[in-house]
Every structure is written in C-alpha cells, then in structure tokens.
Design a protein around this ligand. Structure first.
Ligand SMILES: [Zn+2]
Length: 303
C-alpha cells in the first residue's frame, strides 16, 4: 500500500450542503473530531511510546478553536462521522487545556511512519483540507474575505459570491528505464547520497505523457518514447497528487539541467534491488517507503 492512499471513509458529498445534518453529526457522541494544530495532527500517547491517531469525542477540543476556525467533515465510517478541526489559535494545546496529558502534535511525515495505513490516509486528507482553508481566506477574484461552506468543501466570497473549491495539483513522477537500468536524480537540496525519480508539475494544456517526456528532457536531457502509468499517491504537502509513471528512454545519454538537478545517473536493476532491500550501497540511497518514488524503484527492481 502506498502511504496516504486507501482512505476508507465514505465522503458523503451529497450530505455536505445539509447544514442541520452536518451540525447534528458534529455534536453526536458517536462522531470523532481530529484536532489539527499548525498543520500537525493530534496523536494519542506520548512522543516516545506507541501512538494512535487522535480521534476525539465531540466537545473535548472545541474550546481551543477560534470562532471561525475551519471544521471539515472528512467522511463517515460505519456509524461514525469524522471531522477535522483547526485549533491553530491555541498557544500550546498539548501542554495546557483540555488535551494536556492525552497526547501530542506531530509533523505529518513523521506521523505517517507510525500509524496504520488507513489512519495515514485520513490524516493526510485532514492535513490537505485544513492547509487549503488556511491559504484561501481571501477571494482570488476580488480579494474580499471568503467563508467556509459545504461542511468544509467549499469557500464562498462574501463580496462577489465566487465559489472556491479545494485544489489538487497533479505532479508527474517518473522513472525512465533503458534495458536493465533506471534513471534517478539528485535534487540540489537533497540529503547527501539520496537519489530519486524525477518529478514536476503538469502544466495547463499538457497530458500526463507529455509532461513526463518534457520533464525528462528538461531536467536530464533524456528523450523518452512510450509512457505507462503505474500508480498515484495523494501527497498533502500541500496539495499534490503524485502520478507515478514509467517511461522508455531511447538512449542512456544524459545532459543535466544544473539549475534543477545536481546529478542524474543510470541505476542498474541489481543495485536498485539491493537498495530497496535495505542493503548498504556506498554513497547511494533511495527515498523511504512514504514516497511513491520508492514504490516506482521497487516495482522496477522486482520486475
Ligand atoms: Zn470575490
């Protein structure tokens, strides 16, 4: 399972405009509320021990939220409705107030390494949604303040009535292959020795295949033919959808764009397999399993 995928919630989008229903579920004792503080999810348990996703009974954390703080209906699982609530206005909610002693707030990437896959997907959804609300308080059309609507899945401008919807930005991430080797690159700001699949945003007027070929050509001077889709990953940093692809390179010629990459190399399949199996290879490592790049390299290594 690729982290942040496999969200089990029924998103009940048809219920979102029903304010009474949403408000009743918001207070229902069978519902759960996930507090998010400055984009970090709440986890039950202390920082050193085992942790669980911080789904709380309604009524516990609401006093920590500002009056207009975003509250988002994430969806329904069986009898339970799940909400995310932004409590960023609180000063130190893990140490003082109603949550003191119950748990802590953790960086989303770190939390993703500790929790079951289904909770990682739900917390990723919460992170992406609260992040969107924090960045879209004003209308992109006229600049006036916007207000939350549809249980958190819309913002509406108070002046010109333009509706704004949560955004998902498509990114292609691709592994070019040539015979028994795949192309990996090192971004200028990567940790020393880390190589990954190349990636870039899809531009308006471009297909997935065209974006894959363009990015490979621009960043590494690699000319690719056939492009095949592998898998996607929701990536809530802040709102990407990573579209994982393979691309058949026409040769192993490389000409790196030094403004984008420090280096690009062809990685032999046997080396890729060793790295994925966690073996030490001098001066080389690939991203951990939280990243879809890991899964692309793994799929190639295991072919
Ligand atoms: Zn407006």
């Amino acid at each position: 399972m690729i982290p942040f995928s496999g969200n089990p919630l029924d998103r009940v989008s048809e219920k979102r405009p029903d304010k009474e229903w949403v408000e009743a579920r918001r207070k229902d004792p069978t519902s759960f509320v996930l507090p998010m503080w400055r984009l970090q999810p709440f986890l039950l348990g202390n920082e050193k021990g085992p942790v669980e996703a911080g789904f709380l009974k309604p009524g516990l954390c609401e006093t920590l939220a500002a009056p207009d703080a975003p509250s988002v209906l994430l969806g329904v699982e069986g009898e339970h409705a799940l909400f995310a609530l932004d409590i960023s206005a609180a000063q130190d909610p893990a140490s003082e107030g109603p949550l003191a002693g119950l748990g802590h707030f953790r960086d989303m990437r770190a939390a993703a390494a500790l929790l079951p896959a289904k909770d990682v997907a739900i917390l990723g959804q919460a992170k992406a949604m609260i992040d969107w609300h924090q960045r879209h308080g004003f209308c992109a059309r006229c600049g006036a303040p916007t207000a939350l609507a549809d249980a958190g899945y819309k913002r509406v401008c108070g002046a010109c009535n333009t509706e704004h919807f949560p955004r998902t930005d498509p990114v292609v991430i691709m592994l070019a292959t040539h015979g028994d080797a795949c192309l990996v690159g090192r971004g200028k700001h990567f940790p020393r020795g880390m190589y990954s699949a190349l990636a870039g945003f899809i531009e308006p007027g471009e297909t997935i295949e065209e974006a894959v070929r363009r990015e490979l050509r621009e960043e590494a001077g690699v000319i690719a033919g056939r492009v095949t889709y592998h898998a996607t990953q929701p990536w809530p940093f802040p709102s990407s959808l990573m579209i994982g692809c393979f691309a058949e390179a026409k040769s192993r010629d490389i000409k790196v764009d030094e403004s984008e990459l420090a280096e690009a190399i062809w990685l032999e399949r046997s080396t890729a397999r060793a790295l994925i199996n966690g073996e030490r290879v001098e001066g080389l490592w690939v991203p951990p399993a939280i990243a879809i790049a890991h899964h692309l390299i793994k799929a190639f290594a295991e072919t």
